[in-house]
Design a binder for this molecule. Sequence first.
Ligand code: RIB
Length: 291
Amino acid sequence: MAVYNLGSINADLFYRVPHLLAPGETLAATEHSRGLGGKGANMSVAVARAAARVKHVGAVGPDGRWAVERMLEYGVDTRAIIEVAAPTGHAVIMIDDQGENAILIHPGANHALSETDIQQALTDATEADLFLFQNETSCQVIGATQASARGMRVIYAAAPFDAESVKTVMPLLDILVMNAVEAQQLSDATGADLADLPVRDIIVTLGAEGCRWLNTDDGSDQSFPAIPVDPVDTTGAGDTFTGFLVAGLDRGLPMAQAISLGQQAAAIMVTRQGTADVIPDLKDVQDARFG
Ligand code: RIB
């Protein structure tokens, strides 16, 4: 079994700042660094670090070869990453002293994927495989439609959140992952309670409050307490959660165990500064002994 991840690849430009910028303000950063990122790339690296097979479906420009090489080094199958005549996506990430962030993304090559690229990438996919995607690339509906037609389990991490995008793909989804604010926005946009949405498994991350899993088939609604940690940087923690969750499911774990694995990996991730380059692996999770 494998995870096919249709996802963004960004150069992440990090700026440590005393506080997040206000409109019209100019502020000097106290630190700066660059790394591999993009919600898609972060999730692919997390899946690989959690010891599952992952094929990344994405695009970079000629300036993004370093990113593809780095993903390969991290254990991601990069054969379905194409090179296009557009600049690689990038993100400007401000992080304040409380570990909160504000992110500006330029999609670049992430929006250059075509239907043919998706078709080619999924040629060898089977119903035993999982299809993961987020809201930072083109061809999301095409990808989810093709994956669903192949009988793959379809998982959407609805970030950056856009209610209309979620509504469009919702009938194709098996699993939907959102945070609490996004879940409320989706309820408002659909006029429906989460339990009435046409997706079998809905996972809502609640930050310091933990996580919630609704199974709309049997009506169960399970809460998972948070793991207490002192965060230094929350960037990429949600991506790490989803990557480990999906890897757990791919490796046959029951949903509750896969969620718990995702929570443990995310708890480590918030104590680290950076995104794809600092995602923990299974050994880090075992060594952390969260219980
Ligand atoms: O979720 C964090 C990610 O969001 C960053 O890596 C950045 O590239 C943006 O896509």
